[in-house]
Design a protein around this ligand. Structure first.
Ligand SMILES: C[S@@+](CC[C@H](N)C(=O)[O-])C[C@H]1O[C@@H](n2cnc3c(N)ncnc32)[C@H](O)[C@@H]1O
Length: 510
């Protein structure tokens, strides 16, 4: 049995009204402002803000109020989809969407390691009544739904408002201007669910294929549910479809995964859902300081899946990653965030790597890939390297302390270039197979200090040298207390290690 998690009305202590719950929750947040994400032990369980939103939607008062507000809008639509979060408004034979939403989020985790939907900037084309848009936005993605039917857009906006979900909806036809806008605004995922057969009927197969190719070449991940020519329907669009639905993608330049098969048209059809991405980039090798991009020599290279951040807890839809056999490519997508900030990050990464190249502490920057809407920086892949924390789990104290000194030496070398790393985090330090320390992620590097680098480094190294408890929340907030003093009876090798580290990473102001 499939459980529709977001529509579950909590059976425990259903609230008298949504307003009561909100009021109670507001009080709690006032008392515990630090616990904005998780408020513990209210009604005997742990709550996240998402839980709370789903909980209040279970109240009778909310059901009543939402029906009153939305029914007039809903009755103007074809009621094709189920209504996200408001099952009492859905028609019985409406197209349920949770199966496709779950399939997509699971596929993104499987294919791209994505666990935080905040890294997605999504366009849902032919959004109908907004189910996938609202589902993804309710879980942190930045989503805009587009439909060429005004009634649909009006309903979606009303639903988003009453559900208090920050999905946006716009009236638009899927054609070149919209495709160009999506590329320019940094959209990194486009949902094309059961809509391309209409587009093919409107624009023709060749033109539709060109728009699809343009989005893919711009580094956009497409999620396409495709109607096919064998469907048992009399609709005119059937005649406009190719014999093989996969002809929509150019097999040489696109990588495609089939992520499921779904019932459409109330059981008449079964349609496949595909995730498609560009399969290669053109890399221009770097030559010298004077001539950063060697003319000629640009070559197409096949890449693996275009992944999303697996680390950042805040959304970074402007960053994606891909690998070739020997290179690790980091993409900076303009438009997905403040353009100036994205450019600054890309340039900081570029120049910090050039500046520190001779130290051997960073993976060598080999080439760049330039497109109108993104830049990819391709670094040597450090094969077999492990993250510092992973490495330290298998290391003994002697190895940990000698690694701490190596890291401190590397840190001091970087500081000598009058450069602040501004991102000293354990996940940005790798240990090579040969025990070499590798520093990565210099997009925040700057001659200006934007966080207390030395304090961060000392906390991290203290943890490494002592195996003191390390909390994953330290990535964003270091403990407010100072580092503990060395215990009086600290073993000699710890004392000696720490004295060296204090010399390499000064404690006081320079
Ligand atoms: C068959 S429904 C699919 C709805 C939804 N994507 C799903 O799979 O549940 C097609 C939707 O696409 C919209 N649509 C069709 N052609 C379109 C176009 N060229 N541009 C924008 N929307 C379009 C229709 O209004 C309708 O809401």
């Amino acid at each position: 049995m499939k459980i529709d998690h977001h529509n579950v009305a909590w059976s425990a202590a259903t609230p008298a009204s949504e307003r009561d719950v909100r009021a109670a929750f507001t009080q709690l947040l006032k008392r515990e402002p630090e616990s904005a994400e998780i408020v513990q032990n209210w009604l005997g369980r742990k709550w996240s803000l998402g839980d709370l939103a789903r909980y209040v939607r279970g109240s009778a008062e909310f059901a009543d109020r939402s029906a009153k507000a939305l029914m007039p809008l809903l009755l103007k639509t074809d009621r094709y989809q189920a209504i996200y979060g408001l099952p009492h408004l859905s028609l019985k034979d409406a197209r349920d969407c949770v199966d496709r939403c779950v399939a997509v989020t699971e596929a993104f985790e499987r294919l791209f390691g994505l666990t935080n939907l905040a890294h997605l900037k999504v366009a849902d084309i032919g959004c109908s009544l907004g189910y996938p848009s609202l589902y993804l936005a309710d879980r942190g993605a930045d989503v805009t739904g587009y439909d060429f039917r005004k009634e649909n857009v009006d309903f979606c906006r009303g639903a988003a408002e009453i559900l208090d979900i920050p999905a946006k909806f716009n009236l638009a036809v899927f054609d070149w201007p919209l495709a160009r806008q999506l590329v320019a605004d940094g959209t990194n995922v486009v949902l094309l669910w059961s809509v391309l057969h209409h587009v093919i009927e409107q624009l023709g197969f060749v033109e539709t294929k060109k728009i699809v190719a343009y989005l893919l070449a711009s580094g956009v991940t497409l999620v396409c549910e495709l109607a096919h020519a064998n469907e048992d329907v009399t609709h005119k669009w059937r005649e406009t479809l190719p014999a093989n639905e996969l002809d929509l993608f150019d097999s040489k330049s696109v990588q495609v995964s089939n992520i499921g098969n779904f019932v459409a048209l109330s059981g008449i059809s079964q349609r496949n859902m595909y995730v498609a991405q560009m399969a290669g980039v053109t890399l221009s090798p770097l030559a010298s300081e004077r001539q950063p991009e060697r003319s000629g020599g640009a070559a197409p290279v096949r890449i693996g899946p275009l992944t999303f951040s697996g680390i950042s807890h805040v959304g970074v839809p402007f960053k994606q990653y891909a690998s070739t056999e020997d290179l690790f490519v980091k993409f900076f997508r303009y438009g997905a965030a403040n353009r100036f900030d994205v450019l600054r990050r890309m340039e900081a990464e570029f120049f910090a790597n050039k500046l520190l190249a001779s130290t051997g502490l960073l993976p060598k920057l080999q080439s760049v890939s330039r497109a109108p809407n993104f830049v990819g920086l391709a670094f040597d892949k450090v094969k077999g390297a492990q993250g510092l924390i992973e490495w330290s789990r298998k290391a003994d104290m002697v190895q940990r302390r000698s690694m701490a000194i190596k890291i401190a030496e590397g840190y001091a070398t970087i500081a000598k270039q009058s450069l602040y790393w501004n991102d000293c985090r354990d996940h940005n330090i790798l240990v090579g197979k040969d025990g070499r320390v590798i520093f990565i992620d210099f997009e925040l590097a700057s001659p200006l200090e934007s966080e207390d680098n030395a304090r961060r480094a000392r906390w991290l190294l203290w943890h490494l040298c002592t195996n003191a408890k390390w909390d994953s929340s330290y990535v964003s907030h270091l403990p407010t207390s100072e580092l503990p003093d060395l215990p009086k009876f600290a073993p000699n090798d710890l004392r000696a290690t720490w004295v060296r580290i204090e010399r390499l990473i000064p404690t006081g102001a320079a």
